[in-house]
Write a protein that binds this ligand. Structure first.
Ligand SMILES: [Zn+2]
Ligand SMILES: [Zn+2]
Ligand SMILES: [Zn+2]
Length: 346
């Protein structure tokens, strides 16, 4: 409280002096004093001159840095390391009232090239204000003047930079080369994919097939006089073992042996096979049956002919192994690594 009163008192005194010297109390906008020295990158102070004893504030991000100008009006505000291209607003306060303000930019010492990748279509950076910037990339040269205040420059290229280096030349106002630099890209790693095929996964399962009758059309010898199914009659006699039993001499005439019974070839075998029956080697043959026109000569002298007959073939219940799919085959895309357009991998 006491200090404030004292400052106010001093200010009144100064105002009085000013009136005495110039005879003018009003300070017009044109004569408001605030100059800020050029601020280079990496600097930690912003220097300048304003009205003596004014408070100078510089806001950087959310923080405000301030200092009081000395009796000659000179000030030095400590700030965090200055970055090229960064904007700083310097405000000079007389008491608590804004007196003057000025915007300055962090100026590059030589040239700064912003980060770029092979897919970038622009190249930008900072250098001294109003200097000419020449960028050479992929055999083409682009020229632009850096901004008069911030020194910022930016070129739009005719195609992506790719893996070429970027040559930057800065030319002073007198036409002489100020600085030359070569900038390389920041690697831009993109995933490398590989397709992995996964076969179907499964297992065999025991499946019960219930008993069933299969209908099949076969040809039987049918008697044209009485309709007797000679083929069926023979097969029934085999099944029921009602065929005649001959003496050994007769059997041997038909090729019978103790070991193999009656040999059955061609038609004699087919009569069984056609109906999914097992060949009964002990039964006399179908040729013998037909030669006798029925075991008891029932159809002797009758004509007969092959006719289609629908028979039922019985299948017992059974089991079978069935493949069950647990996981279908699929393709998986996996990342095997990362690669930049220049070929560098990681
Ligand atoms: Zn690269
Ligand atoms: Zn596949
Ligand atoms: Zn008959």
């Amino acid at each position: 409280m006491r200090k404030r009163k004292l400052t106010f008192g001093l200010f009144s005194l100064m105002m009085a002096a000013s009136v005495a010297l110039t005879g003018n109390v009003n300070v017009s906008a044109a004569t408001k004093k605030l100059s800020v020295n050029r601020v280079y990158e990496n600097a930690t102070v912003i220097k300048g001159k304003t009205k003596k004893k004014n408070v100078v504030k510089v806001k950087v991000g959310k923080k405000t840095y301030k200092v009081k100008a000395n009796k000659k009006g000179k000030f030095k505000v400590k700030v965090p390391k200055v970055k090229a291209g960064k904007k700083y607003t310097v405000k000079s306060y007389k008491k608590k009232k804004l007196y003057a303000k000025k915007t300055v930019y962090g100026i590059a010492k030589t040239v700064k090239v912003n980060k770029f990748t092979p897919s970038s279509r622009t190249i930008s950076g900072y250098t001294r204000p109003s200097y000419k910037v020449q960028v050479t990339v992929n055999g083409k040269t682009y020229t632009k003047k850096a901004n008069a205040n911030s020194g910022a420059w930016k070129m739009t290229l005719s195609k992506k930079i790719g893996s070429d280096n970027v040559k930057v030349r800065v030319i002073k106002k007198n036409g002489k080369t100020f600085t030359v630099t070569t900038a390389t890209h920041t690697h831009d790693y993109k995933p490398i994919y590989k397709t992995v095929h996964h076969d179907a996964q499964g297992h065999y399962e025991t499946v019960t097939v219930p008993a069933y009758d299969e209908e099949k059309t076969v040809s039987h010898d049918i008697c044209l006089r009485d309709g007797r199914d000679l083929t069926q009659d023979y097969l029934d006699s085999v099944k029921n073992k009602t065929y005649p039993d001959y003496d050994e001499a007769t059997k041997k005439e038909w090729g019978w042996t103790e070991e193999n019974g009656y040999p059955k070839l061609n038609e004699d075998a087919a009569v069984f096979i056609n109906e999914n029956l097992e060949i009964d080697k002990w039964a006399p043959t179908y040729s013998m049956y037909m030669g006798l026109h029925g075991w008891n000569g029932e159809c002797d002298g009758h004509n007969y002919s092959l006719r289609p007959v629908i028979i039922k073939i019985h299948h017992d219940a059974s089991t079978k192994q069935e493949w069950k799919v647990d996981q279908k085959a699929y393709d998986e895309k996996i990342i095997t690594g990362y690669q930049c357009a220049c070929g560098k991998t990681k």
